[in-house]
Write a protein that binds this ligand. Structure first.
Ligand code: HEM
Length: 191
């Protein structure tokens, strides 16, 4: 047994994989998805929305995309996070309050959004996000997950700002190194 054994069995919700496929096909086309999954050693995966799949497969596909495109794995993870926001918000729209904008969405993600994910699918383990108000125009997002996917967290924040057409009002600064289990992200708002 090695210390990584537990992580090899880690699984994530099917929505993450269905949307990964949509993201890859958007950039690389249908044959791109087939080639990348083949290169990742997972030929013809049939990811379904309501099932669970190994997190290692998601990383293997992103790694294959990175080596073919020359884009770093971190950047791909971020782009993927940004890409999936509109679909995620569509799937979980009943938990989104119409008056929310980027600030409120971030403030309520842990209780309302990831809370809903855990309620609807009890095998899921979304990351812990401790979001703290620092005055009226700043939030600190404290990301905590053994999966070390903070790049995706940054992408999701960018995607949410884009969704609410607030990209020009939102500034994201990493306060700690990104490739860690615990990462602090500062989000400033020009409201
Ligand atoms: C806005 C609505 C959101 C929805 C509906 C949503 C939904 C989900 C779902 C379904 C998963 C998969 C969980 C699993 O299978 O265990 C997930 C994972 C994740 N979420 Fe969210 N999420 C939202 C917002 C956010 C925000 C605002 C952030 C970051 C600031 C974030 C960061 C992540 C990350 C990084 C993961 C990957 C898993 C990990 O790091 O452990 N999410 N989310």
């Amino acid at each position: 047994m090695t210390v990584t054994d537990g992580e090899e069995f880690d699984k994530m919700h099917g929505s993450m994989f269905v949307l990964l496929r949509r993201f890859i096909e958007h950039d690389y086309g249908y044959s791109g998805w087939a080639n990348l999954t083949e290169a990742a050693g997972i030929p013809n995966p049939s990811y379904q929305m309501l099932d669970m799949y190994p997190t290692s497969e998601l990383f293997a596909i992103l790694r294959a995309a990175s080596s073919i495109s020359g884009t770093s794995e971190y950047e791909l993870l971020e782009k993927y996070g940004e890409f999936l926001v509109p679909d995620l918000l569509l799937v979980y729209k009943k938990y989104v309050k119409p008056e929310w904008r980027t600030y409120e969405m971030l403030l309520h993600t842990e209780t309302a959004m990831h809370g809903a994910v855990k309620l609807e699918h009890d095998r899921t383990t979304p990351p812990k996000l401790l979001v703290t108000k620092k005055g009226p125009s700043q939030l600190i997002v404290d990301y905590h997950s053994h999966r070390k996917m903070a790049g995706m967290a940054v992408g999701i924040i960018k995607g949410i700002a884009k969704y609410y057409q607030e990209s020009d009002k939102v500034t994201i600064t990493m306060l700690t190194p990104t490739n860690a289990e615990r990462v602090q992200i500062k989000v400033e708002f020009e409201y």
